[in-house]
Design a protein around this ligand. Sequence first.
Ligand code: P6P
Length: 295
Amino acid sequence: MASPDPVVEAIFDAVAATAPEIRAALPGRRVKSGTDNPSGESVMAGDLYADELLGDALTAVDGVGSFVSEEREAAVDAGGAVGSGDGDAYAVAIDPLDGSSNLRSNNAMGTVVGVYDAPLPATGRDLVAAGYVLYGPITTMVVADDSGVREEVVEADDGSVSRSVVEDDLRLPDDPLVYGFGGRVPDWPDAFTAFAREIEDELKLRYGGAMVGDVNQVLTYGGIFAYPALVDAPEGKLRLSFEANPIAYIVEQAGGAATDGDTDILDIEPEGVHDRVPLYVGNGELVDRLETALD
Ligand code: P6P
């Protein structure tokens, strides 16, 4: 089932088309590039490669007005006034290789995509679609828009790339099974530690160090993922525009919830494109319990 919006469909065609090439390039790009991104994080060679490939592919899509990346300071103008109404162009924001530190340990990584109907910085309510590619044992892509959430298998197919829908109405299971929390107990505010102690008696730990892989576990089995506010970093680690908003959009469309501990992620008004936010996302009743615990 394709997205009803042809531009959104073309955007995820372009993302899928790069996936096999990015995956094939990773073995040779497991080293640090020697540069930092606008968030001050060390960038892997794989990050730069994925960013370049996706930037070229997405700026070539008719209907994309600007391209914004976690790895770049400024937006790339792709032509077309973003968010101007009447057939406006979209701003596409990406984390090109989420969890790239997993290159060394050969664990899951992903590409996160947000399609905004407004120039960035924008709120998540300006998203018209969001998705992620998961580079796991299988390359999959989750795509969400206002018609729902789909999971697809992406395969290189004799020079072309195929997208095969394997779940056309992805919903969070009602009975949560897993959790994954970033950071360490000494880094956590006491209220979050108390919540974590409750959850670890109820759910199974699934934390792999890449948000896309960990959120995919929550979407598959039900549960909660968090990269929480930390004692020394109350804003947490994850970026609103490139990570938290797209994931919050996907999970809300799948029947779940996402908060920064106080406000729905999608309602947060950012000051800058690279703003960080705490992210707590998953089954609504768990997110509600978390918000109460942090009150
Ligand atoms: P830590 C990856 O670097 C990332 O941005 C997210 O994908 C992931 O959830 C988090 O950071 C992992 O952080 O502190 O566990 O290495």
